[in-house]
Each structure stands twice: as structure tokens, then as C-alpha cells.
Design a protein around this ligand. Structure first.
Ligand SMILES: *Cc1c(COP(=O)(O)O)cnc(C)c1O
Length: 386
């Protein structure tokens, strides 16, 4: 028994061929000199960090990005040796761990860098990317004096290497481009503060890569587009090529029974059968990320939409069935059945959120199955990893 097994009828399928295709299409679309940094933070947006990273590298990505050091170490433990950038803030006391794992870190203030210099006694040079805040108001340096002081500190310290400089756009996925243009101009202006440019200059997320391929300098940080999802609904129609959604979510009916008119379903007894009807129990709940707000939305069974009735429980929910169906019938929460489909965007809409949040929210309790050529090549169930 190990993490390649699972003992529940609920799973996520990640079609790695979609990831491969999405990365290749972005690479073909971008100018030849532009590299792809595959963003695999948050367990690759809930898909599976090591498997997605390996596939992106196979498709031509040359760099990986994560949010914090633990995520980078997870990739290293998964056997990945390619360069990794931590986009978020790291503790200055942890830079030794980063250097030992050959992980690049983000400089976001002079104070941070000073603490790093104070703390880091190792001999391995530490690779760094300088984050400029051009209008996102999150991490990054804004003032010329601070940028110059950071640059000079690095110049004077042989153990520090400036590999890159970057920024992040707040509105690259919006139709109106004025704020994007303003941030882009800020970036161009601020780059002038750096006398000798590092080898990597990057500002583009997926939306920027799709819409402004001539404004990405020499790297695109590809996240959402790699998973086959649109950065926003408003630019969905102007994407330069088709995206292949890699993520689907499935379960099976574990119990089927008939309710007599007037009988109730789930906590609070909020649902009352308005007629004699068939009801099915699905072993998925809010602890799996299928949150209570999804009550009244639908799942697919035998290719038909079936409504979730009553409250979603921690580990189970109930659906109204069109007729008596068999225990074991496949339930698709996200994905295709026959002619019908429930996309990540459909679920996002029901939750009044964005697609990014949906796949990230499907929890570690749900095993991930990885497909290549429609065949299972790997299974990951974190519950059985010990
Ligand atoms: C998450 C993230 C990305 C990826 O953005 P997508 O919209 O998913 O392509 C790029 N850059 C930074 C700094 C990020 O935090």
C-alpha cells in the first residue's frame, strides 16, 4: 500500500497531453528568443506539481516557478534538476536551504537583501531575481535609490548573483489596457536604473503572453494557460489559439434509493421531495473542496445533468436522479460525459470566483490520476505517502 493506491471512488484526472500541447502552442506562438517559465505553485494549481513540471519541461519550458521554498524542495525531491524561481517572499534565514537546493529567490526590498547578506555564510552563490513593483502594490521595489543600493550590494558580493529582474501586471487579463500600458512603461523606465542588465527580464503572465507577445522581454511566466484555462472570461474570445483543459473530477454513486413525496434530504432537512423520486449519494464533500455553496448546481451522470439536493456534507452530497440508476455509475463533477460538459469556468461562475481558485481548492484528499495517450501513467494519493 503506497501513494499510488487509493481506496475511494473519487479522483481527479489530469490529462498531461493537454499540458504538453498548451505549452507547445505558447512556445510556437511567442517570438523564438522568449523562454517559458512554467508556474507550478500550489501543487501546479491543484493538478500535481512534479508531473506537470516534468511535462512542461518536456514541452520546451526551461524554468519553473513556485510561491515558496517548500514547493521548490517538493520539485527537487520529485527528481527535477532544472532551475526554479521562488516568486514570493522567503525568510532570509532560509537562503542556505535555497542555495543548497539550487533554487533562485526573489529580492523584494533592500532590507531583505541586507538580512540575507548577514545570514548567508555559504559558499554556493545565491541566484536572485529582483522584483520591481510597477503598480501591483504587492511585492517589489519602487524607488530608484533602493534599486541602486540593491544593485551595488550585489556587485560587491561575490556570493550573490543577479540572474533576473521582473515585475507583475495587475490587469493583463482585462479588455481595457490603459493600466497595463502604464505598468509596462514603468517597467521600461525602471529597468534603466540597472546599469548591467541580468540575463532574464520578465513581466508576462499567461494573459500577457497571449495578448502582448512583443512586450514580454525574454521570458513568459506561464500559469493558467498551461492548464488550458483562460486568464479571464472577458479575454476568452481573443485568445490566439485553442486551450485544452487538463483537469477533470469524477466519482461514483455509492447509494441509490427512492424517496417518497415529503421525505427530506441532508443536514437541516432543507430539501423535501416534491414527488416520489430517485436520489443518489456521491462520496464527495466540502473537505474535498466541493464547497457547500455548490448546493443546487449539477453534476453529470450517464451524460445527464443531475442537481445537487440538500446541503453538501463534509464527505458526501446527494443528487436528484432522472430514474433509478445503478450504484457505481460514474459521476462527473468537472469534465465531459457524452455530449455534455461541466468546465472549471462553470464551477467558478456558480461560486462567484475565478477558475484559478476552483482547481486549487480541490483538496489533497482527492487522488490525482495522470494520463498520457488516454492511459494512466501515474497515481498520486498524498494520504498514503508515509
Ligand atoms: C501566479 C503567478 C504567475 C502566473 O500567472 P497566470 O495568470 O496563472 O499565468 C506569474 N507571475 C507571478 C508573479 C505569479 O504569482
Amino acid at each position: 500500500m503506497d501513494s499510488t493506491h487509493f481506496y475511494r471512488d473519487t479522483w481527479v484526472e489530469v490529462d498531461l497531453d493537454c499540458i504538453l500541447e498548451n505549452v507547445k502552442r505558447m512556445k510556437d506562438f511567442l517570438p523564438k528568443e522568449v523562454q517559458i517559465m512554467a508556474v507550478v505553485k500550489a501543487n501546479a494549481y491543484g493538478h500535481g506539481d512534479v508531473e506537470v513540471a516534468k511535462t512542461a519541461l518536456e514541452a520546451g519550458a526551461t524554468y519553473l516557478a513556485v510561491a515558496f521554498i517548500d514547493e521548490a524542495i517538493s520539485l527537487r525531491r520529485g527528481g527535477i534538476n532544472e532551475p526554479i524561481l521562488v516568486l514570493g517572499a522567503s525568510r532570509p534565514t532560509d537562503v542556505k536551504i535555497a542555495a543548497e537546493n539550487n533554487v533562485s529567490l526573489t529580492i523584494y526590498s533592500k532590507d531583505w537583501l541586507d538580512e540575507v547578506v548577514e545570514n548567508y555564510q555559504g559558499t554556493t552563490p545565491l541566484s536572485l531575481h529582483l522584483k520591481l513593483d510597477t503598480g501591483m502594490g504587492r511585492l517589489g521595489v519602487k524607488e530608484k535609490e533602493e534599486v541602486e543600493a540593491i544593485y551595488n550590494t550585489i556587485e560587491r558580493n561575490a556570493r550573490l548573483q543577479l540572474e533576473g529582474v521582473f515585475t507583475h501586471f495587475a490587469t493583463a487579463d482585462e479588455i481595457v489596457t490603459s493600466y497595463f500600458e502604464q505598468q509596462y512603461q514603468n517597467f521600461v523606465r525602471m529597468l534603466e536604473w540597472i546599469p548591467k542588465k541580468p540575463k532574464m527580464i520578465h513581466c508576462g503572465n499567461s494573459a500577457t503572453g497571449f495578448r502582448f507577445p512583443d512586450k514580454v522581454f525574454n521570458v513568459v511566466r506561464l500559469g493558467i494557460g498551461m492548464y488550458g484555462m483562460t486568464p479571464s472570461l472577458e479575454i476568452k474570445d481573443e485568445l490566439p489559439y485553442q486551450l485544452e483543459e487538463a483537469f477533470s473530477f469524477h466519482s461514483k454513486l455509492v447509494h441509490v434509493k427512492q424517496l417518497v413525496k415529503g421525505e427530506k434530504v441532508s443536514y437541516g432537512a432543507t430539501f423535501t421531495a416534491d414527488e416520489d423520486m430517485w436520489v443518489g449519494t456521491v462520496p464527495v464533500g466540502y473537505a474535498d473542496g466541493w464547497v457547500r455553496k455548490l448546493q443546487d448546481t449539477s453534476v453529470l451522470i450517464e451524460g445527464e445533468y443531475c442537481q445537487i439536493i440538500g446541503r453538501v456534507c463534509m464527505d458526501q452530497f446527494m443528487v436528484r436522479l432522472p430514474r433509478k440508476l445503478s450504484v457505481g455509475a460514474k459521476v462527473t463533477l468537472i469534465g465531459k460525459q457524452k455530449e455534455n460538459i461541466i468546465t472549471v469556468d462553470d464551477v467558478a461562475k456558480a461560486l462567484e470566483t475565478i477558475n484559478y481558485e476552483v482547481t486549487c481548492t480541490i483538496s489533497f484528499r482527492v487522488p490525482r490520476i495522470f494520463l498520457r495517450n488516454k492511459r494512466i501513467i501515474e497515481v498520486r494519493n498524498p494520504l498514503l505517502r508515509h
